[in-house]
Design a protein around this ligand. Sequence first.
Ligand code: FEO
Ligand code: CA
Ligand code: CA
Ligand code: CA
Length: 646
Amino acid sequence: MSRFFEPFAGTPNPSTQPSIGELIANPQRRTWLGGATAASLASVLALEGCAALPASSAGAPAGPLLGFKGIAASAEDAVRVPEGYRADVLVAWGDPIGDVRGMPAFQWDAGNSAQDQELQSGTHHDGMHFFPLPLGSRGSTHGLLVMNHEYPDNNGLFPDGMANWSLAKVRKSQASVGCSVQEIRLVDGRWSLVRPSRFARRIHANTPMRIGGPAAGHPLMRTAASPAGREAAGTVNNCANGFTPWGTYLTCEENFSFHFRAPAQPTAFEERYELSPKVRFSFRWGEADPRFDLDRNRNEANHFGWVVEIDPFDPASVPVKRTALGRFSHEGATVTVCKDGRVAVYSGDDRGFEYLYKFVSSRPWNPADRAANAGLLDEGTLHVARCNPDGSGEWIELVHGRNGLTAEAGFDSQGAVVMFARAAADRVGATRMDRPEWVARHPRTGDMYVTLTNNAGRGRDGAEGPNPANPRAPNRYGHIMRWTEEGADHAATRFRWETFILAGDPAHADAGQRGNIQGDLFASPDGLFIDDRGVMWVQTDVSPSALLKTDHAIYGNNQVVAVDPVTREARRFLTGPRGCELTGGCMTPDGRTLFVNIQHPGEMGALGTDPANPRQLSNWPDFRPDGRPRSATVAVRRADGGVVGT
Ligand code: FEO
Ligand code: CA
Ligand code: CA
Ligand code: CA
């Protein structure tokens, strides 16, 4: 048995004490310094290389961080929230989004055409952000809700499921993914879509896009439809997201390989991206659309696996694939501002044993000139994380010609380095993580957090065993890592890290599988954000195959829990319907509305709902005898209009 099987054993800084950053933001929690004075605290901060107290700490809330009564776990086909709260469905798959060109109603047998679907909300709602209107305002009653639609539920999309597979079916499947831009307004405590709206827009797997950054024009980006390798068609597997200080949305392409028919004889780099006949699962697009058949269009897959920047305020804008941020199964893209005004973008690669990345732009962003930021994410340095056993860490550059990333190693240019970022990261000694999902920054302390959702393969069948940053093997329940950049600067190349929470049951019979959660149990942390008050909102994605199994850490549906980053107390806030995952969490600037996405209610496995009986597991949210479960956004508010979580 490895020492890493013991909860916390071997993990650096196993203390449950607050981080230095938290002490800055929460002066009332400085007791572990023995009643530290401002002067003695300042000397501690100086040791840590921290800057002066952030201005916002002066307004830190005095009351308890978590003020609601936690709810019980639930196996019901319903959304449950605490006493005094309401959760209203805002927009579900198939609802017309309000496009001025048309608003086709949802057909309950899923009989809508591909053309209808291009004007309706997509499936599998995922990452999401609220942009107040007008651009640049901090309003909380009118805005653009922009969201991802991760992947198609081909069984649920058609009255006859996946029988009689055809190009028409593939086109509808392609129209059901991507993003939605929706204009929403709050009236009398209820949100609704503005229909029609000049902003409303669907972006899907055939939407024209541009390619920016070092991979643009690379010979491996040239395709039949894009001879110069500078244009692309569409975006797929849009998982989590990000947003920039200049008001654009970042949608992140995660498991793109499943959308392709793999080449019969893949290269080693293609295999590194699971573009291999050994991978049996596929959404079957390549059977009818030759663009997605890699033996017919070999380079098409190189157009996917990127972060795509979208200007939601201009419906005519062309989305741009920002290749400087690297190509992998991007979970999200969390943007932070460095001390000198450059931006850093953090992104996890959500597959077992993959890496955590950071891009730092070459130039500072320009708050005075929005247009000047248009190409900011095309130039900069991509890094990958190494977590050393002593709690230190390094951001290693992935730059052509350095660290062994040479033509002899298969990288002819920076374009190749970013296109095959996984292979580049393999060469530089990065730390293989347990499926890095969302990254969040504490708004006042600057501490960074990443959810590592689980990795059942760690230590199994000859696979790599535990390391200090991924201490359980197998990792069934996931964990959350926290780190602080050196000098509290997001441009730093060094950091300090620690395991923040090991999810799962602290009373698990197997000591090696015990978690250290204080409060309400959860497993498989995935969605993550920290609100302006400092509450960490964790959204879980236990896979349907593990849900409602008595041997799992918790018997209940996926959920949203609120965590106090100082005490590590977890309190259950929302439970979802059967078969779903919870994702997309974001708030209005006033903190009075929490939007969350209910993704794939009724999912029973990789193929989605059961085509013979789509209502078998769930019929949320409509509960119509002729309907089917639908992914949807819910708006959660306090009945008295107060701040959510207080
Ligand atoms: Fe799409 Fe990693 O969840
Ligand atoms: Ca998902
Ligand atoms: Ca996710
Ligand atoms: Ca997940």
